[in-house]
Each structure stands twice: as structure tokens, then as C-alpha cells.
Design a protein around this ligand. Sequence first.
Ligand SMILES: [Zn+2]
Ligand SMILES: [Zn+2]
Length: 379
Amino acid sequence: MPVAQDWLGPAKDNMRAAVLTEINQPLQILDLEQEPPKAKEVRVKVKATGVCMSDWHIMNGDWPLPLPMVLGHEAAGIVVENGPEVDNVKPGDHVIFSFRPHCGRCRYCSSGQTVLCIGHNDTPRWRMHDGTARVRLNGEPVNQMARIGTFSEEVVCPAEQVVKIRNDLPFTHAAIIGCSVATGIGAVIRHARVPAGSSVLVVGCGGVGLNVVQGARLADASPIIACDLRDNKLQLARNFGAMHTINATGENVVERVREMTEGLGVDTAFDAIGSETTALQVIEAVAPGGRAVLVGIPAFATRAPINPSQIVYGEKVISGTYYGSVRPNIDFPILADLDLEKKINLDDLISRTYRFDEINEGFALMLAGEVARGVIVFD
Ligand SMILES: [Zn+2]
Ligand SMILES: [Zn+2]
């Protein structure tokens, strides 16, 4: 090895990434120095990455996290380099990023609840497993959201957070499988295990909620009732399988749901938003013996005053599902197959694609309710 290399440390490359340096400010696309993958890490060239409310929760301070941070967590790409001791993927493989680690050894990984993995809880969720950063700005470490930070031309991350998928799946579709599709469909199929013929309410018809709707259709639920504040989202929900819709701007959601279900309420109700109002709506709208499922992640400060006697008398279950309770290594390839077999509809979810430098416009249109899902596509 040349002497100069010893002095300079490991070879570094530059790449562009969208960095949040301060809350309530736009993302800045900056040149970052990136270190090559260390042991059990890979480098992935990102091909497509979705714009998600979870990124926005960090941008607006709902989830106070240490900055600067490269945001982005819903993405797909091609492996370009393996560090030592990587055996699950090789350069050239197409992969979907998982935003949860999977140590394979902890009690949750061992029992199949991999999204609850605690195997790396000794290091922050925005650094590699050895506690160090792989990207730097002017020599200072930059954090990566969920240890991936996919608003980047290239990502170095733990190899356990990429899942190999078939090469004929379009990257835009692969990207959204990594968050909204897995979360929404997983909430129905993997978490609530909705039986055929049972009734479902979905509150919130954004990227996750529309996938809850199509998950309910996949499960043969009936009726499927969708609720949102915007008529364009309700029309989309109908295209994805909703049989009845409620615009919550002018209607009482719980009363309308009871009218549609012989006064009882639904068997399973999903909150795809994550707010005090929507959490209380789904708890009230479930029938006795039913289940209210909290899917959308609220701001950390959110609280909701539930009525415990209603839970007791009605034998209601309230449960949370994180990442749709999927097991990414098993479920991402299944979702890819379902897409290519046309059993789920991802084309109509992707209502806009953007160039990388249009990323802030992507957030503006998402907040305006103009898109089902917007996806950034890299060259
Ligand atoms: Zn997301
Ligand atoms: Zn684990």
C-alpha cells in the first residue's frame, strides 16, 4: 500500500445527499465525504427513494433527533461494494432498504418479530453498529436516518438492512415496498390478520392508508370503508378497493361508520395518520370484540384520552404495528411477486416522480395532499 494512503486513512469518495441541518428548514443537497463499507456493511447506489411523512416528522421537529442528518428511508438500489464478512448480497444485486436492523440473534429476531430487533440498541439509530458515521461534511460526522439515509446518491449501511429482490421489479416500485407498501399491507395481513368477509375502516388515505385499503382488498374484507379529509384521496381509495368513503371534514366519522355497519362498528379499524383525533376515532369505531390498530407514527408528544370502560365493556383490543409487523427478508420478495403478478397496484400509488434536486417540492406537494406517493428517481 502506498505510504500516502496510510497517512490519509481509508479512501473516501464524495457523493451528494439531502441533509437536514436545522428543523423547519428545507433539505440541502450537499457534497459529503463517504467512507467505504467496513465489516458487515455494503455500499448501495440508490436508484429511487420515496418522500414519506416520517421524513417530515424529523424536518418539522415532531421527532427531535440529532442533526445534521441525511434523511430518507424508503428506497431501492444496486449493491456496488461489499465490505468484509458480507454474505447476504453481492455487487450487482438489486435491493430494497429496510429501515430496521435485523441482528438475527436477539429475542425478537429469534421469534420472528424482526422489526422489534434490540440487537443494536447500544449504538444510536443514526450511526453504524460500531457507533461511527460513514458520511462527513467538512470533516464532521453526519447522521443517517435509520442507519440508511437514502436521500443520497450512494449509501453505506449495515448489510442486514438490505434485502435482495428480483431484478425485473422497477426501482420505483421496489422503493415504496420499503416503507409505505410494507407498512400498509403488512398492518392488515401480518399484524391484524384480517379475516375474509370482516369489516374494515381505514382512517387516512395517504401513502400508508391506501396500502391498508389494498391490503384489506387482498384479504377479501367487506365492507372496506375509507376516511380522509380530501375528496381526491377518497377517490383514490375507491380505486384501491374502498367500497364506502367518508369525508371527515363535514361528517362524524364514528356515526357514519355505525350507520354503515348496522349500528355495531367495524371489526378492524386502522389509524394510518397518528394523531389524537384519529386514534380516538378508530377506538370508538370498532365493534365490540373488534380491534383498533395504530399504524401511523404520531409526534412523540401526542397523547389521546381513551375511555377505558368502553374498552372493557366492548372487549376491544388496541394494538400498534410498526413497519406493518413485516419480516423484510420474507415479505419484501413476496410483495415484489404480488406486484409483478398484478395482485397489488403500485403504479397508481406513484403519482409523481421527481429529480433529486426537486426534493423540497416533493415535500410541499405531499403536505398539500396532492400526491399518493412521490418518488425521487436517480439517473
Ligand atoms: Zn416511511
Ligand atoms: Zn435482533
